[in-house]
Design a binder for this molecule. Structure first.
Ligand code: GLV
Ligand code: MG
Length: 347
């Protein structure tokens, strides 16, 4: 059952801000995770605001049980003490069946005022999880006197969630997007890997045995199917897909390669769990200057976006014009924020 289109866009509480019809255009190349119960980490937030696109206060996994309340309070303090400007402020709350979820929302929404942009909801299983948070946020927005809606970002990290990914994407106009959660998802599916994202040396295809030649194993991407499914669900509903975490901080090359696959497949960002991953995400999720220059050439050669032209021996038409526009629009968004890249892109 679906709501009628009119009802879909009605606020879920009297006096709550109207749901958005379109997502705001924001650069979100990396969602940087901060453990808010640690004072030393909170002290770095002003610095981080200048460096990252999104600062996220993490309340869920990786926060010890006896620090859950401190993390929540630390996040509120972070929100109140800092001016985030164009940088996003998100929180990852505890999951719906935990003893902390309700108070996370009840305390944070009124205390954070209009600063909180997005609530990341872990372990989403189906649209019912989104409906519950949607209604609760509307009620809390009224209490807080919010003028703009808080958005919901779902983590795709259970087998049931992946099965229901399209219904999750369609559940509410409050949906911002989704991230792959490869650690919980691996556990939920019974996958035999202890890694957080990335490939696995045993997941591959072996070349044929031909005339006694040496056989080669080609490693495959364990996450290809899920990322592809998530990208289609998100983009068909106007939402933003994200890679999620990469856990091996000692392997920046593998991190970059996973992030790049996700970028090429349509993702707009990834999580940064370590300061070194901020630069990796910035590099990967800002389009490559050569690609931007070529895309700009296509747009210049086809001012109204129709017809067919040849550029450097490659056929261009209405469809490649659209591909080029994706790259140039993203480059423009990056250039607005990053003056050094603006120069490189010559935009
Ligand atoms: C992230 O939350 C994950 O489980 O990978
Ligand atoms: Mg998880």
């Amino acid at each position: 059952m679906h709501k009628t289109p009119g009802a879909f866009f009605k606020p879920l509480a009297i006096g709550a801000p109207a749901p958005l019809r379109e997502l705001p255009t924001r650069l979100e190349r990396m969602i940087h995770f901060v453990p808010p119960h640690i004072e030393k980490m909170r002290a770095k937030v002003p610095d981080l605001i200048a460096k990252v696109d999104v600062v996220l206060g993490n309340l869920e996994d990786a926060i010890p049980v006896d620090s859950k309340i401190d993390a929540r309070r630390g996040f509120i303090q972070m929100a109140q003490e800092n001016d985030f400007g164009e940088t996003g402020l998100w929180t990852r709350v505890n999951c719906l069946n935990s003893p902390w979820f309700l108070d996370d929302l009840m305390e944070i929404v009124p205390a954070a005022g209009d600063k909180l942009d997005v609530v990341m909801l872990p372990k989403v299983e189906g649209p019912w999880d989104i409906h519950y948070l949607d209604q609760l946020l509307a009620q809390l927005e009224v209490k807080a006197g919010r003028t703009r809606p808080i958005l919901i970002h779902a983590i795709l990290e259970t087998a049931e969630g992946v099965k229901n990914v399209e219904a999750i994407a369609a559940a509410s106009p409050r949906m911002h997007g989704m991230s792959l959660g490869p650690a919980d998802l691996a556990a939920s599916r019974g996958m035999k890997t202890t890694r957080v994202g990335g490939g696995h040396p045993d997941y591959g295809v072996l070349s044929d045995a031909l005339n006694g030649q040496q056989r080669t194993a080609f490693q495959q991407d364990l996450w290809h199917y899920t990322v592809a499914k998530m990208v289609d669900a998100c983009l068909s509903h106007g939402l933003k897909p994200f890679y999620g975490p990469f856990g091996d901080f000692s392997d920046p090359e593998a991190c970059e390669s996973q992030f790049r696959n996700a970028f090429l497949m349509g993702c707009l960002g990834a999580w940064s769990l370590h300061p070194t991953q901020i630069e990796i995400a910035k590099r990967v999720f800002s389009p490559e200057p050569g690609e931007v220059a070529f895309a700009q050439k296509i747009l210049d050669a086809m001012p109204d976006g129709t017809g067919a032209v040849m550029i450097d021996g490659k056929m261009q038409d209405d469809a490649t014009w659209k591909q080029a526009k994706i790259i140039v629009d993203l480059a423009k968004l990056v250039a607005e924020k990053d003056s050094s890249l603006a120069e490189v892109y010559r935009l």
